[in-house]
Design a protein around this ligand. Structure first.
Ligand code: HEC
Length: 113
């Protein structure tokens, strides 16, 4: 029985560590890539609800990429290369976790960068 609980405990700890790591990676990517244009920074994340971020980040961030790639805004054009890159695709999973973690209706406020 003891071994079972030890096992269960380890699984729980590992799961929460992995989730936190993803959020952290997403935050790092957000700070590195998004803040230069969306300078409100972290409060920008709180302008959307979880459901909205989820939609934008679905299918490896397809919607979010399209908004930037198809935009006529001169500033948005500068992000085209990033949104078309494999780097972005690889990070979308983490970004999504981070964005949803701090969405308007999440009740969470990030501590600091
Ligand atoms: C080079 C500048 C630039 C970068 C980098 C950039 N954006 Fe944007 N983003 C824009 C501009 C400009 C618009 C407005 C596009 C339009 O309306 O045509 C926009 C629009 C958006 C929108 C939709 C508008 C809204 O408020 O509903 C979201 C969401 C968004 N960006 C999130 C992000 C995220 C997340 C990142 C980082 C992964 C990011 N952006 C990186 C410039 C940028």
């Amino acid at each position: 029985m003891n071994k079972f609980f030890l096992f269960l405990f380890s699984v729980l700890v590992l799961t929460s560590l992995t989730a936190n790591a993803a959020i952290y990676k997403g935050q790092r990517e957000f700070v590195k890539r998004c803040i230069k244009c969306h300078k409100a920074g972290q409060s920008f994340v709180a302008t959307k609800k979880k459901r909205e971020w989820k939609k934008l980040m679905a299918k490896k961030g397809k919607k979010l990429a399209e908004i930037h790639i198809n935009s006529n805004d001169r500033k948005a054009k500068k992000s085209k290369r990033y949104f078309e890159s494999r780097k972005y695709i690889r990070k979308t999973k983490h970004l999504k976790q981070f964005l949803m973690e701090y969405a308007q209706d999440s009740g969470n406020v990030p501590a600091c960068n």
